[in-house]
Design a protein around this ligand. Structure first.
Ligand code: KG4
Ligand code: ZN
Length: 334
């Protein structure tokens, strides 16, 4: 089955044609990074407008160059920015009516957590650590269409922390790759930034994350060092990156010990960070990750996950989009 996948939850307009949930036939992707860069973060109104302006041209450019027809349409319907979600969903539903193809709604988080299966065969169950600009969470992944959320962030996402610290240092948005570059030649032990471990204060939240304290610690350090030289900046980046990435490990280790699941998949934009991959390799787990270019938002993962959602829909004789565009997740016990 060939599925057209459509992604427009945040600041990437992505479309792809994927066969049987794994084989990528075509892809187009337009990032809005330049549109949002002056504001150092995504502006929801601009994002929706930009998806609206470009989605049809992207679709036409992908379809006109291919003889690959498609059997069904999958569109990300949650969670995300409401205006951006509406553009993708309306486009998908309209295409469904025009082409007579079924349309299914895909959960963007589930698509990230599934995406690794398009490059590696990872046996179920596994723990998924989703680390992006919009999300930081741990999920128990039971099958391509069955996920339980064990922990999430109580304030900023880890990607947001990278972006905000980069902004304090005068680096462009998105800041993650710039911090990683500077950190390569920095001393990660020079500044003892806090590693959050919520379990010390509240065992109920041992599977959750918090990055606001770390961000504030960097802010006050920079405030007291007005005359920052390049060596100082490199050391701040390396020390911050180490603290941010190590803060992911305590809740993850807790979930591993509570569930007994020793397979871990990382995904989302921050999963492209090579130091994260090194730190994870020190944990006693089998670790898998999509290739760095597949960690961030694109239509490929929506088409891949959509294939499985469609199979379930066909088996259960469900009809059409059934998922509502809300952004809340419910936490399960580990
Ligand atoms: O998944 P993504 O492309 O978009 C969503 O937020 O859904 O993630 C973008 C986030 C940004 O916060 C960006 O700074 C961060 O991922 N990021 C990184 C790296 N590459 C992207 N953070 C740390 N190191 C990186 N190499
Ligand atoms: Zn995403």
């Amino acid at each position: 089955m060939r599925v057209l996948g459509i992604e427009s939850t945040c600041d990437e307009t992505g479309l792809a044609l994927v066969e049987d949930g794994v084989c990528v036939l075509e892809e187009v992707l337009r990032s809005q990074v330049e549109d949002h860069a002056p504001w150092h973060g995504v502006v929801p109104e601009l994002a929706a407008r930009s998806h609206f302006e470009h989605i049809q041209t992207l679709y036409m450019s992908m379809i006109s160059g291919t003889s690959n027809a498609y059997d069904a349409i999958a569109v990300s319907v949650r969670p995300g920015l409401l205006g951006s979600l509406l553009v993708g969903r309306t486009f998908a539903e309209t295409l469904g009516v025009i082409t007579g193809r079924p349309v299914c709604g895909v959960d963007h988080l589930e698509a990230h957590l599934y995406s690794v299966q398009m490059e590696h065969t990872v046996p179920y169950p596994y723990l998924g650590l989703l680390v992006s600009g919009g999300h930081t969470l741990i999920a128990r992944c039971l099958s391509p269409t069955s996920y339980e959320y064990l922990g999430t962030t109580l304030d900023d996402s880890v990607g947001e922390a990278f972006d905000k610290v980069a902004k304090m240092l005068g680096m462009p948005y998105p800041g993650g790759p710039h911090i990683e570059n500077q950190a390569r030649d920095g001393d990660r032990t020079r500044f003892a930034f806090p590693r959050t471990a919520l379990s010390a204060k509240d065992p109920q939240r041992a599977t959750c994350f918090s990055f606001s304290g770390l961000k504030t610690a960097v802010y006050y350090l920079l405030k007291s060092h007005a005359d920052a030289d390049p060596g100082f900046i490199r050391d701040v980046c390396a020390s911050f990156q180490e603290a941010a990435l190590e803060s992911l490990m305590t809740p993850l280790a807790h979930c591993v010990s509570q569930t007994g699941i020793r397979r871990v998949v990382i995904c989302g934009g921050v999963a492209a960070n090579s130091r994260l991959r090194e730190i994870l390799s020190q944990l006693d787990v089998d670790c898998y990750a999509p290739s760095p270019s597949r960690c961030s938002d694109q239509g490929i993962m929506i088409a891949g996950q959509g294939y499985h959602v469609l199979q379930r829909m066909l088996e259960n004789r469900e009809k059409d989009i059934t998922v509502s565009p809300t952004s809340r997740i419910e936490l399960a016990k580990p």
